[in-house]
Design a protein around this ligand. Structure first.
Ligand SMILES: [Zn+2]
Length: 151
């Protein structure tokens, strides 16, 4: 992903979602590596009931959520996929982000090492786990979930 194509993305978001600024990437997306751990800061502007794949119907309260994920390659494409909305719902987080009321406010590069995923995830554990097992299908470290409700 070149900086210019990222800029194109940014302009498109601004056109289609006029009142919502695009998410802030920290650092700027063109500085991201190909592999690593990311965190999405997600605002739910109203309570939601969402069917999340095999987890079934989940009730989310209004508030801020932090999701931790990783990519072993294609990290920038992964986070852009989250922000733009997935064509095909695959990960648990896709179901939540498909909702109009869920807005990604910030996308953080948390580590260049994909193996840090669960350590980074647990550092967000000041909140309560939003949904047991959410985003943790591939987790081998017994995290209660990879989505936290932080306020
Ligand atoms: Zn984990």
């Amino acid at each position: 992903m070149s900086p210019s194509s990222f800029l194109g993305y940014d302009l498109r978001v601004k056109r289609t979602i006029k009142r919502q600024p695009g998410p802030a990437f920290t650092p700027a997306l063109d500085a991201w590596p190909d592999a690593g751990v990311y965190q999405l800061w997600i605002e739910l502007r109203r309570p939601l009931r969402v069917t999340v794949g095999a987890l079934g119907l989940i009730h989310f309260t209004r508030g801020m959520y932090v999701y931790t994920g990783r990519a072993r390659r294609g990290l920038r494409a992964r986070v852009l996929r989250h922000v733009r909305g997935a064509q095909r719902l695959h990960w648990h987080i896709d179901y939540l982000l498909a909702e109009q009321a869920a807005r990604v406010g910030e996308v953080l590069l948390a580590s260049w090492d994909p193996n840090d995923e669960c350590r980074v995830n647990r550092a967000a554990a000041d909140g309560r786990v939003a949904v047991p097992g959410f985003g943790a299908s591939d987790c081998r470290n017994n995290c209660p979930g990879h989505l936290w409700n932080v306020c």
